[in-house]
Design a protein around this ligand. Structure first.
Ligand SMILES: [Zn+2]
Length: 270
């Protein structure tokens, strides 16, 4: 989660500045002249156009048809730091159970990731992506979750595992399987990443004492090893404040519906 992307990009990034200023421009345009030819593009931008990729992601049936995610995870060792790999393997089993039960409510068959790789170095990851400083990465084509095992507290690695699992859920539920011009730009990426943060918090909310405080620390990037967040990371993953807000929302509500970043206004996914 520390790099420009932790899911496999299929197209190069494009600058997102125009998309940030366009909502203001929309109001201006409407007031001064109703330039009708802009309407289609702007509806697309705001995600309200029926059939647009964002509209499809925002109206996925999981939001309406699933209730609170049962986040109990009795098999994770009490001392998660004693053996991080054992803790992560135990959490992986819980995440499979949680997501299978949750998606079943929406008549979706859950398939486990084909592989969960706990890797000692980034070049061991299944995606073959080595060009940035990620802590975890999900390869949608191979449906492989990768988490880098590092010598630090286990909670950030467990959060990373839950976040990459959330990308897997986005993939198999159809949320991430959209096609269109807006897909894979920075604004799209932020909604995808902030939703994964929110869903990770949903699944981890009962696993630690003071989970909300841990989520705040994760969002601030002060888990002990990460430095200042780079611009590329912020553009593709959202600000620490946005991340914290979505984690807290997921951690408090415990539902997929609370994590619908696709229907949120732009300032909540900045
Ligand atoms: Zn991610």
């Amino acid at each position: 989660m520390n790099g420009a992307r932790d899911w496999e990009a299929r197209e190069p990034r494009r600058p997102g500045v125009i998309r940030r200023v366009l909502p203001t421009a929309l109001a201006f345009v409407i007031i001064i002249g109703g330039m009708a030819y802009l309407g289609g593009d702007l509806r697309e931008l705001l995600g309200t156009a029926p059939g647009s990729p964002r509209s499809a992601a925002a109206t996925n049936r999981v939001y309406e048809e699933t209730g609170p995610v049962d986040a109990r995870c009795d098999t994770v060792p009490q001392d998660v730091n004693a053996d991080p790999a054992t803790s992560l393997r135990a959490l992986s089993k819980c995440l499979d159970r949680m997501w299978a039960a949750t998606l079943a409510q929406a008549d979706l068959d859950y398939e486990r990731p084909r592989e969960v790789r706990l890797v000692a170095s980034r070049d061991k990851a299944a995606c073959g992506v080595e060009d940035y400083d990620w802590a975890g990465i999900y390869c949608p084509r191979g449906r492989v979750v990768n988490v880098l095992i590092e010598d630090w507290h286990t909670f950030p690695m467990m959060f990373t595992l839950a976040h990459e699992y959330a990308h897997h859920v986005q993939e198999i539920s159809g949320i991430a399987n959209q096609r269109g011009s807006e897909v894979f730009d920075d604004a799209w990426s932020r909604r995808l990443e902030l939703q994964a943060d929110c869903l990770a918090a949903v699944t981890l909310r009962t696993s630690w004492p003071n989970p909300l405080e841990n989520f705040r620390r994760m969002a601030r990037g002060d888990s002990g090893t990460t430095g200042e967040l780079e611009d590329g990371y912020l553009q593709s993953h959202g600000s620490g404040a946005s991340s914290a807000a979505w984690m807290l929302r997921g951690g408090q509500a415990g539902t997929m519906a609370a994590c619908n970043t696709w229907g949120a206004p732009a300032d909540q996914v900045s």
